[in-house]
Write a protein that binds this ligand. Structure first.
Ligand code: ADP
Length: 142
């Protein structure tokens, strides 16, 4: 399997609940290498830009209001098969449908406020990483 890059975001509910450390520990224990990480509060416009593909969805306003409601923690992760493995670690979008032991099942309250984001393809992993980090901010071999 090839080394892939994926963008994780610890969403504002994760930060509000004091779970940055807990979720980051689980990510690292699952074998992901953190190549970049920061705390940032998105503007509504920045959240809309990030979720542009969902603009026509009924939950777009709710989603972008939530994502700009407080600080979040984007991080670039690398690992063999990172995109699929990270989505497996966080679980299904709706925590009620997520497998036991997944991050969303353990910590999320609802489909809207579901603790963590993960890129859904290799291409989006690269594009989304670039949305938050300049290439020189991504550490090659941390
Ligand atoms: P994922 O984050 O699992 O890739 P999607 O790309 O389908 O899921 O949706 C992006 C985000 O939009 C979700 O993580 C969730 O925060 C929000 N979302 C998705 N579906 C709904 C919904 N039905 N109601 C409210 N928010 C939703």
């Amino acid at each position: 399997m090839a080394i892939e890059r994926t963008l994780a975001i610890l969403k504002p509910d994760c930060v509000r609940k004091g779970l940055i450390g807990e979720v980051t520990r689980r990510i690292q224990e699952a074998g992901f290498h953190i190549r970049a990480m920061k705390l940032i509060k998105l503007s509504k416009e920045e959240a809309e830009g990030f979720y542009e593909v969902h603009r026509e969805r009924p939950f777009f306003g709710e989603l972008t209001a939530f994502m700009s409601s407080g600080p979040c923690v984007p991080m670039v992760l690398e690992k063999d098969n990172a995109v699929a493995d990270y989505r497996k670690l966080i679980g299904a979008t709706n925590p009620a449908d997520a497998d036991e032991g997944t991050i969303r099942r353990l910590f999320a309250d609802s489909v809207g406020e579901n603790i963590a984001h993960g890129s859904d393809s290799i291409e989006n992993g690269l594009r989304e990483s670039a949305y938050f980090f300049a290439e020189h901010e991504i550490v090659a071999n941390g």
